[in-house]
Design a protein around this ligand. Structure first.
Ligand code: GPV
Length: 870
């Protein structure tokens, strides 16, 4: 039936309500209105920044209308919802993306022009929202875009850091320097809605007293407030606009009045300082369990040393998100037994694993649900995505720290050990109660694997040692409905390495794969508008169709044979190179040779990603060129090599790699013999926005991790979608990309995953000198040591990682790497054939849309369905 109008005169409301600006004149009206009122300025004193702000506020109004309707619609329909819990959302800029998704870019461009501004200049005014480190955070952002575009009722939950990933400066010596990223300092952020009315109290420390009925009373300690900020996430060509809720920490009271009155000012503000500190800064460690020895050498990040603040961030965020989710569920008025029919919670890595004991705490202590039922609810609600099998990246929390900060959760973790089918037994219970060695015997595990004490120790939630530590991946695994890896190979490795025992115990069906994806909106339409337009023209399909059904790119395949099409394709690549060259010229003052092949490696600096292999290969190329005669050099294919990426502030070897790249670039670029044939650039302060300029310009990109170490990679997908060919190892999603685009369109090299373990063993116990194993590499190392790129001694620690254990197998893969790059040179000689490869690559990338990935999560894990806003 028709609902009753809630208040006042319905017609007056209807007349007053506005709709989304869709034509140029309403766009300009709205912008001018914001200039005059929101900004209190006029045409006379409006600069690019002001014009951007006014235009952004106008788009914000449109987004709010759609967002409001969407949220109202979801509330009314009360479908099952999914929640994506991620400590990182690497969103980048919003303005351009919002305009494209709303289908309003042309109107805004025209409007802005009429007001005397240039659209490209306005787009450049926006700061990136860089609330993430790398692939894991950017994946979360792509999944939000796809959820909204596929009209799925999905919310993101994260933290509203005051400071995002640090800004990277490179000193004249080539050292990375870190500067804070105060991304909110410019005043209001138009892309968020502060929801000061939505807040929860979160407790830390205190005491947890068990009650006879199985509940516990957690009291005392510190209480802080979590306040919601909502970020609007517009879908592509749909009204559906989803929500990303970011929590900000605040002191519960401004300051402690008692201390203040007693004249103890410092103590009075202390609690307010420590409450605000929780969401002050994103941890810059990628792929590490906040390793303290690595952090010690850092200066500007010393306040992040120690683990407590990171654990506080994790609990603060999880607790606020769960309180919000439970409150929303309660509003539906269903019994808790139906919680898993209305709620799915996806854990993006182990960072939000505390959601498992926290939901148990809420159900048991607050909702008075018995243990068994509560555990059923939790294990049917929570899903866990693993993003790495590297041992140093697996999270572990010291038991004493957990007991101190989260006493009730530590009790629950011990209780999980006791109650969970797979773990419970008498001997074991004794162990827990005595807090001595946990898991000496366990009924179910013991029954299945009698006498296998090693297995019990391996599977334990608590790792023995001083101190004992909670293994978060084990907790996430046993507390979840499904566990998934992020590419086929990686998901297999999860099952055969870090969670092997759990597969043998619980069976295969809990473990599966969802290969990562990327949003074609940002990573094709937005970053490469010319290519997007050519695709629409060629397919004779509006982009609103193929951008949401990326398999349609297959329709480009026949055009690989079309000379005219190939010409247009190549001309766009050329203009994208010139756009990058212009960017480098204006930001760094350097001239780039746009007649060269563009070769790009952009990602976080890490030994396993082997930027070292790349720069050593570059130096090898340089030495080879130097030995050639002028006549020989004439035949060489010119190449420009780009690097970009940040190193964790305390990761010494990664920082040394940057230093080597920068100093090698300085020498190589200055050499008149080779200058036209080889130049190298390290572009500082890699970001989402910089990636948007680099990716469309590449001829080849490098994804050269030691086999078995890169879980998926996602930039590999971005390059290939933009017609850049892939040079890579047989690792992560590279394998599936090759399957999709054809092995003859990628350049593979290096040892395969099964060989890696044996080779490492050999390196440990039967080391062979580099001179014997790989003379070409030995020569390169000697040149560096000999001071070709400045004081050779500086690089010894880096070179020694290769000369000694060579854990990442540079010496093993170097020759085949050089071979692959020679194949690239060969292939590039045949320009027409190269362009065909480029076209075929793009045409076959449909699988890697994050729409496909998010629909897999929605259908096979979450059981949610699209809820279209009409
Ligand atoms: I663990 N990943 C990341 O960016 N940071 C991390 O701390 C961890 C994983 C990445 C993987 O390295 C990539 O291979 C993967 O594509 C990405 O997560 C998204 O799954």
């Amino acid at each position: 039936g028709k609902e009753k109008w809630p208040r006042g005169d319905e017609n007056v409301w209807k007349e007053g309500s506005r709709s989304v600006n869709t034509d140029v004149s309403s766009v300009t009206k709205s912008i001018v209105n914001h200039v005059q009122t929101s900004l209190a300025r006029q045409a006379y004193n409006l600069d690019n920044l002001g014009a951007y702000q006014a235009a952004a506020l106008s788009v914000r109004d449109d987004l709010i209308l759609n967002w409001n309707e969407t949220q109202m619609h979801y509330t009314r329909k009360a479908p099952k919802r999914a929640y994506y819990l991620s400590l990182e959302f690497l969103m980048g800029r919003t303005f351009d993306n919002a305009l494209l998704n709303l289908g309003l870019k042309d109107q805004y461009r025209e409007g802005v022009t009429k007001l005397g501004f240039n659209m490209e200049d306005l787009l450049e005014q926006e700061r990136d929202a860089a609330l993430g480190n790398g692939g894991l955070g950017r994946l979360a952002a792509c999944y939000l875009d796809s959820s909204a575009s596929q009209e799925l009722p999905v919310w993101g939950y994260g933290l509203r850091y005051q400071y995002g990933i640090f800004q990277q400066l490179i000193s004249p010596e080539g050292q990375q320097l870190e500067q804070p990223d105060p991304w909110l300092a410019g005043g209001e952020n138009p892309w968020e809605l502060p929801r000061l009315d939505v807040s929860y109290e979160v407790r830390f420390y205190g005491t947890a007293e068990r009650l006879p009925d199985g509940r516990a009373l957690w009291q005392g300690g510190q209480e802080v407030l979590a306040v919601a900020y909502d970020v609007m996430v517009p879908g592509c060509y749909t009204k559906n606009t989803n929500n990303l809720r970011l929590w900000e920490s605040k002191p519960k009271r401004g300051f402690d009045l008692n201390s203040f009155n007693a004249g103890d000012y410092e103590h009075a503000v202390e609690s307010s300082n420590s409450a605000a500190a929780i969401t002050s800064v994103l941890y810059p460690n990628d792929h590490t369990n906040n390793n303290e020895s690595r952090d010690r050498s850092q200066l500007s990040y010393t306040h992040l040393v120690g683990k407590e603040l990171r654990l506080k961030q994790q609990y603060f965020w999880t607790a606020a998100s769960l309180a919000d989710i439970v409150r929303r569920f309660k509003n539906i008025g269903k019994p808790f037994s139906e919680f898993p029919d209305y709620v799915a919670i996806q854990l993006n890595d182990t960072h939000p694993t505390l959601a498992i004991p926290e939901l148990m705490r809420i159900l048991i202590d607050e909702e008075e649900i018995p243990w068994g039922k509560a555990w059923d609810i939790v294990t049917n609600t929570v899903f866990y995505t693993n993003h790495t099998v590297l041992p140093e990246a697996l999270e572990k929390w010291p038991v004493p720290l957990m007991e101190h900060l989260l006493p009730r959760h530590m009790q629950i973790i011990y209780d999980i050990v006791l109650h969970d089918e797979g773990f419970s037994c008498k001997v074991h219970r004794q162990a827990v109660l005595l807090k001595s060695t946990v898991l000496t015997k366990s009924s179910a595990v013991e029954k299945k694997f009698p006498g296998d004490r090693d297995r019990l120790a391996r599977m334990s939630l608590i790792e023995e040692g001083f101190p004992k530590q909670v293994r978060m991946a084990h907790l996430a695994c046993i507390g979840s409905r499904k566990v998934n890896g992020v590419a086929e190979l990686h998901s297999d490795l999860v099952k055969t390495t870090i969670l092997k025992d759990f597969v043998e115990f619980e069976g295969q069906s809990k473990f599966s794969n969802v290969t990562n994806g990327i949003t074609p909106r940002r990573w094709l339409d937005q970053c490469n508008p010319e290519l997007s337009a050519l695709i629409s023209k060629t397919l004779k399909v509006d982009k609103s169709v193929w951008l949401k059904d990326l398999d349609r790119l297959k329709g480009l395949l026949p055009y690989a044979e079309d000379v005219e099409f190939r010409k247009e394709w190549a001309a766009i690549k050329q203009r994208n190179k010139e756009r990058l060259a212009h960017h480098v010229e204006t930001t760094l003052g350097l001239t780039v040779n746009t007649n060269a092949m563009f070769d790009v490696q952009i990602k976080r600096l890490h030994e396993y990603k082997r930027q070292t292999l790349n720069i050593l290969g570059v130096i090898h190329r340089y030495l080879t060129l130097k030995q050639m005669s002028a006549a020989e050099r004439k035949k060489v294919n010119p190449r420009v090599v780009f690097f970009a990426g940040k190193a964790a502030p305390g990761y010494y070897i990664a920082k040394l790699t940057i230093r080597l790249i920068v100093n090698a670039a300085r020498i190589i670029n200055a050499d008149p013999d080779t200058r036209d044939l080889l130049t190298v650039y390290f572009l500082p302060d890699y970001s989402v926005s910089l990636a948007e300029v680099l990716i469309p310009s590449s001829d080849i990109s490098q994804h050269i991790s030691t086999a078995g170490t890169e879980a998926s990679g996602t930039s590999n997908m971005k390059f290939c979608l933009n017609g850049g060919l892939l040079v890579g190892t047989v690792d992560g999603a590279n394998i599936e990309i090759a399957e999709a685009v054809g092995e003859n369109n990628v350049f593979f090299f290096g040892h395969l995953t099964p060989a890696v373990e044996d080779l490492r063993y050999q390196h440990m116990y039967r080391p062979v000198p580099v001179e014997e194993k790989c003379p070409a590499l030995a020569k390169v190392l000697d040149k560096i040591s000999g001071g070709m790129f400045g004081d050779g001694g500086v690089y010894e620690p880096l070179l020694n990682t290769i000369r000694q254990n060579d854990y990442y197998l540079i010496t093993e893969d170097f020759d085949s790497y050089i071979g692959a790059l020679e194949m690239v040179d060969q292939a590039y000689l045949d320009k027409e054939e190269w362009i065909k490869k480029s076209i075929r690559t793009t045409a076959n990338m449909g699988k890697f849309s994050s729409d496909r990935a998010i629909l897999e999560y929605a259908e096979s894990f979450w059981s949610i369905e699209p809820v279209k806003v009409t």
